[in-house]
Design a binder for this molecule. Structure first.
Ligand code: FPP
Length: 242
């Protein structure tokens, strides 16, 4: 991974609430997903300006295949259109797009569009945009474990490398979930070991750059201790306990 991006924040987002957004307006759920793509555009544009080097978006989970066929087809269509129509803009903005998750169950033309977008945006230096589709963190962990060749792969660093593939991403610093739900839904379980969590009631189609900014402001106010002590506590004189 580009070293300058590796030193910047990794933010991951569970983009939830598209269906409710549409239902509240008596619209078909697929319209919620369509408007959700506009929110994707807003956060991708804002991310580099907010110190984000890697942005991982949960677009379709391995369990989302259980949704009605029409909704799955609509989502696959949106993703295909995103790859085809958005790549030129991403390249201009210096965004490198990568998909994470299984590819063998995706429609062939979507898989081909992904490959094309990945190749076209390979040189992007401003942002790593990772789109998780047909993704399950538990499956990704199992797959990485099956690839381990020996003890050198079974260290925290070695295993992270197996999970990341050829690119080297830092762990997630901040995980955001929209729509008021507060769960991980099999997303980046290894990579989120020490991530800060931000839950907002905002439904994904309404999410914008200012919401991302608010989440980051809150993040910067947190004490990240990684199991240790914050600096001020390390320096503080011991308090006698009687
Ligand atoms: C969850 O909302 C959202 C999804 C399963 C799909 C997310 C996809 C997009 C935002 C569009 C395509 C993405 C890209 C990157 C181009 P939900 O349907 O579960 O909402 P609900 O909980 O209100 O029903």
């Amino acid at each position: 991974m580009q070293s300058s991006l590796q030193s910047k924040l990794h933010v991951a987002i569970i983009m939830d609430g598209n269906g409710r957004w549409a239902t509240q307006r008596r619209l078909p759920r697929k319209i919620g997903h369509r408007i959700g793509v506009e929110a994707v555009r807003r956060v991708v544009e804002a991310a580099p300006k907010l110190g984000i080097g890697t942005l991982t978006l949960y677009a379709f989970s391995a369990d989302n295949w259980r949704r009605p066929e029409a909704e799955v087809t609509a989502l696959m269509g949106l993703l295909r259109r995103y790859m085809r129509t958005e790549t030129a803009r991403l390249v201009r903005a210096g965004v490198r797009l990568t998909a994470v998750g299984r590819r063998d169950r995706l429609p062939e033309d979507l898989a081909a569009s992904i490959e094309w977008a990945e190749t076209a945006s390979l040189q992007g230096q401003a942002l790593n945009l990772r789109i998780a589709l047909d993704y399950s963190s538990r499956d990704a962990i199992l797959q990485a474990a099956a690839m381990a060749r020996g003890p050198e792969d079974l260290t925290r660093e070695g295993f992270s490398r197996l999970l990341n593939g050829e690119q080297d991403y830092r762990d997630v610093d901040l995980l955001i979930r929209t729509s008021g739900e507060q769960r991980l839904s099999d997303f980046l379980l290894w990579e989120c070991a020490y991530s800060e969590l931000h839950f907002t009631d905002r439904l994904w189609p309404d999410f914008g750059a200012e919401d991302l900014e608010t989440a980051l402001e809150e993040f910067h106010g947190r004490d990240r201790r990684f199991g240790g002590l914050v600096e001020s506590e390390e320096r503080a004189p011991a308090v006698a306990v009687s």
